[in-house]
Write a protein that binds this ligand. Sequence first.
Ligand SMILES: NC(=O)c1ccc[n+]([C@@H]2O[C@H](COP(=O)([O-])OP(=O)(O)OC[C@H]3O[C@@H](n4cnc5c(N)ncnc54)[C@H](O)[C@@H]3O)[C@@H](O)[C@H]2O)c1
Length: 435
Amino acid sequence: MNIAVVGTGYVGLVSGTCFAESGNEVVCVDIDRARIDALNAGIIPIYEPGLEELVRRNIKERRLSFTCDLRAAVEQSMVSFVSVGTPMSPNGAADLTGVFSVSEEIARAAKGYHIIAIKSTVPVGTNDRIRERIKPIANSRIDVCSVPEFLKEGSAVEDFMRPDRVVIGSSSEQATAILREIHAPFVRTDNPILVMHPRSAELTKYASNAMLALRISFINQMANLCEAVGAEINDVRRGMGADRRIGSQFLFPGVGYGGSCFPKDVQALIHSAAEHHLEFTMLKATDEVNARQKRLLFERVQQHFGPDLTGRCFAIWGLAFKPRTDDMREAPSLVMIEELLKAHARVQVHDPEALENARKIFGDRVSYHRTNYEALSQADALIILTEWNEFRHPNFQRIRAELKQPVIFDGRNLYDPALMKALEFRYYSIGRRPI
Ligand SMILES: NC(=O)c1ccc[n+]([C@@H]2O[C@H](COP(=O)([O-])OP(=O)(O)OC[C@H]3O[C@@H](n4cnc5c(N)ncnc54)[C@H](O)[C@@H]3O)[C@@H](O)[C@H]2O)c1
């Protein structure tokens, strides 16, 4: 099948590459010329495990190419996947400018029967709005479908290749058959392809992200209660998670959720509900708890060192909103670093993949370090914000030697408080029983 994928970010690049890997001929389109030139030279603009090898192989085998020419890409394809960003507008709603303009461009360019498959996360009713917008401009019959994407950054290729489910929102039998065929190679182990009305598909994506965000805020608030009453969140979490009705995933307390999806999708769903005169109180609380949680560790720092941090220096391990990605959008590290700087502290940062993105945000306001130990040099304390694997078993003697004082603020509960006590660290974590 000839496929166009518009938008070559985390979703578009991974989807396009995986479609090519399963034998399709895929043209990926982006308005960002530098990104397209880099991709054509085999340079991958994002960090995603396993992606680079797949991109290079499929370019070599001529199943994958990159262009800024949307018209040419659409003309030679039967299906165009739209995977451009849908960022948060100032009022919390999803900004659909890109999705609308790309869909209209596709409609103008399509020569024969064509499917516009919306992979971007869009509020319920967007497919209908696109259908209305393209009606006067389309030259051929076009079906608009919703194919929301559920991949996670950090394991995006793996998730795309082996999804728990594929959701197809379609009111057209022809489009459903074609989209089923495209996705069939990824569900060989009988995970379901769920076909439903486009409105239900659109909402399924938001419902999934909202539930995951809600679980994180729930466990974070539970962790805070654990601290207040002298309970251990890890025991509570395991005890809850062993119940198969609850399950153990997304119940890890920390410094709040970030990333390009949960914060904006929670806001967008609150906004969609409000448009239909419903107050989504649960999600408002989810968001509020999260905002509070992102500040919690900084408040601990101030409790330990006092409110004015002038002359203090802090090492930060982990900037990305989660491990195995370079993505810093809405990351808890942004809140922590801004607060430390506001309190006149110096900040020395390390992240295995996100340093380049951090540099674009903070410029020369912080110092950047290639290794985690370099970042510690003469700092008053270590603050851990992302649970990269390489932070799990560090050389604690070296940490002690590099830091001015043996103090660790661990926003991801990486270490055993008993061990920290034995090693004579002052150790702060989230929701743990004091030792
Ligand atoms: N990142 C994730 O983990 C994830 C997971 C599931 C769903 N989603 C959703 O998928 C969508 C894309 O997310 P992302 O993280 O891949 O975004 P991204 O910001 O990484 O990439 C978007 C890409 O689209 C390009 N673009 C913007 N306007 C364009 C236009 N008019 N024509 C061509 N290209 C254009 C940008 O240059 C950019 O390369 C969003 O709606 C998001 O909510 C994201």
